[in-house]
Design a protein around this ligand. Structure first.
Ligand code: GTP
Ligand code: MG
Length: 556
């Protein structure tokens, strides 16, 4: 084994390293990941942290013989779980039963010497194996247990959905295809743990926790890895110590907590850049509202964002996780809407005036609160159910809500996923965006407190709008697509699979047809090229309204 030291050469382009295929050999069944039984996010995270601390990541230069691999590693102790994946080479994530085995493995590993490049002797749990005998470079046949872990291309997903029998099954199938796997989740926690190894040289008691879609239950394979540096263990205590002892300040006195965060991230960014193997393209984005470091972790293929002092985002993550666990329909609908929005370019990977996945998720939650009876409770209700241990005030914002799932009693609502999908698009096709704001705290729309095309109240910082970035034209595109989708969902030819069409390539129907290129997008792009389709847009909106009226008349 060789330590993966940092070679002093130019960092390469971030996107080159995005993971191509991740394959698993040992497909361990999840005990904690979407286990069905309600586990609190903190219990789930604790278990994942423990696993990560007992794990190493080993890079191989080519495919390797599994037996040789196991023989070499088990000399250091029992292996609990392992799996392989491909990301510009073969990697293995190995979890030992005991942490001592990791130490034993590291003791044996050498820091490589290179002829023309100097290495920084930073010891990490990212290792690589070189110079194996040629007998070990067996050309492995594709093993059936190997599972790709990057998200499925859209055309493949559409084919998969077209084969399902009901719309309900389509939503479930989409979620199953996209959600993070057991292995991917382990890899995310291991990367946090590897970054912590470096950060702890400055802040020994710090932790690095994932937040956002890596852990909130709504993450799609390939989503970014949001991390928070938490130094709670070393936080400044206001209690006077009995011994009279207090820590000498390790940071120079600075004017605000923001400056502390900036300076901490700055030094960590510097050392990631210089010493951390596998971390490339480090950008220090320290002047943002929430200062962060952005980089790619090459061996995992993750695009990483590291923030500090961002506890409100951690509370939002807990809240989203809770909502996702309360009723399975929440996750199915969120995954589906997020996927629909991505394929129609309502959301984007590039920051800009687009609606974000976070805003879209809050919109789905609000819609579910507005069902009759509501499928999920309001945040105010969750706050009422909170006990003393749930109390949480972050930077003056009350972030209290109940975290014990069993205390939340849900009302009986038997809407099917198909009903909900249809109603979601109807709801936002006709929502009074021009004067009303979306608020999951109260579960009611409210008059907009400020001028913004789309106003979604931040659940924990009520004076903020989480969709402040969205401009009129992006909101218009969203509304037009909701109208079009709602219309498609009312067409019987869209909603019924074609009889006798059950071969390998059935015609997309139901949810699959909603993911095909949109008429609205086609109209919009024609408008850009010919400038002649404003009329078509109006006609479309007119048809939609007429259609809605007809629908109401039919109901009457
Ligand atoms: P994807 O990365 O797009 O899959 O979703 P995500 O939920 O991880 O979103 P993102 O990476 O943009 O943000 C990470 C987390 O930060 C979110 O889950 C929220 O908890 C929080 N967050 C993001 N945007 C906002 C915002 O505008 N306001 C607040 N309060 N929190 C936000
Ligand atoms: Mg994210």
């Amino acid at each position: 084994f060789h330590m993966r030291g940092t070679l002093l050469k130019n960092p390469q382009k971030v996107d080159r390293f995005l993971c191509r295929t991740v394959r698993t050999v040992a497909s361990a069944k999840s005990e904690v990941f979407h286990a069905g039984g309600h586990r609190s996010l903190s219990a789930l995270q604790e278990e994942r942290f423990q696993q990560a601390e007992r794990s190493v990541l080993i890079g191989y230069h080519s495919r390797i013989n599994e037996q040789t691999f196991l023989k070499n590693l088990s000399r250091h102790g029992d292996i609990k779980k392992y799996f392989f994946y491909e990301s510009y080479g073969v990697y293995a994530l190995v979890e030992f039963t005991n942490r001592e085995s990791v130490a034993s493995l590291l003791d044996e590993a050498v820091i490589p010497t290179c002829n023309h490049e100097a290495t920084v002797p930073f010891k990490s749990r990212l290792l690589s194996v070189k110079n194996l005998d040629s007998a070990d470079h067996l050309n492995l046949q594709l093993n059936q247990q190997f599972q790709p872990q990057t998200s499925m291309p859209i055309n493949q997903l559409i084919k998969r959905l077209a084969k399902e029998k009901t719309v309900e099954q389509q939503l479930i199938s989409l979620t199953e295809a996209y959600q993070l796997t057991e292995e991917n989740s382990r890899l995310r926690f291991l990367v946090c743990s590897l970054i912590r190894d470096l950060a702890s040289t400055y802040f020994p008691e710090c932790t690095i926790k994932p937040f956002g879609s890596s852990v909130n239950g709504f993450g799609k394979l390939g989503c970014d890895l949001d991390m928070i540096l938490d130094i709670d263990g070393t936080s400044i205590s206001k209690v006077k110590p009995k011994s009279g002892l207090s820590m000498e300040f390790q940071l120079k006195r600075v004017s605000s907590e923001r400056v502390v965060t900036q300076s901490m991230l700055s030094v960590i960014g510097e050392s990631l850049d210089r010493f951390a193997p596998g971390c490339v393209g480090i950008q220090k984005i320290l002047n943002a509202r929430c200062p962060l470091l952005r980089f790619a972790h090459q061996p995992s293929g993750f695009q990483c964002d590291l923030t500090a002092n961002n506890r409100v985002a951690v509370k939002s993550t807990e809240l989203l996780y809770l909502y996702g666990e309360l009723d399975p329909r929440v996750r199915f609908l969120v995954f589906t809407v997020r996927c629909w929005a991505r394929v129609h370019n309502i959301t984007s990977n590039i920051p800009g005036a687009w609606i974000t996945n976070f805003s879209l998720t809050v919109m789905v939650l609000f819609f579910l609160q507005k069902r009759n009876p509501p499928i999920i409770p309001t945040l105010d209700h969750l706050k009422k159910l909170a006990g003393p241990a749930d109390r949480s005030v972050v930077e003056g914002n009350d972030c209290t809500f109940v975290r014990d799932f069993s205390k939340v009693l849900l009302q009986k609502n038997s809407n099917t996923l198909e009903d909900l999908l249809r109603e979601f698009f109807d709801f936002y096709a006709t929502f009074p965006f021009s004067n009303m704001s979306i608020n999951i705290r109260t579960g009611k729309e409210q008059h907009k407190p400020e001028v913004a095309p789309l106003h979604i109240q931040n659940p924990f910082e009520s004076s903020l709008n989480i969709s402040k970035n969205v401009n009129n034209s992006q909101l218009d595109r969203f509304i037009a697509l909701c109208q079009e989708t709602s219309w498609l969902l009312q067409q019987s030819e869209t909603m019924i699979p074609r009889a006798g069409d059950q071969g390998d390539n059935p015609t997309p129907w139901g949810l699959a047809s909603l993911l095909l290129p949109s008429q609205v997008v086609a109209v919009k792009s024609r408008k850009e090229t010919t400038g002649a389709s404003q009329r078509e847009d109006q006609e479309f909106t007119g048809i939609f309204k007429e259609y809605q009226v007809n629908k109401k008349l039919r109901r009457l």
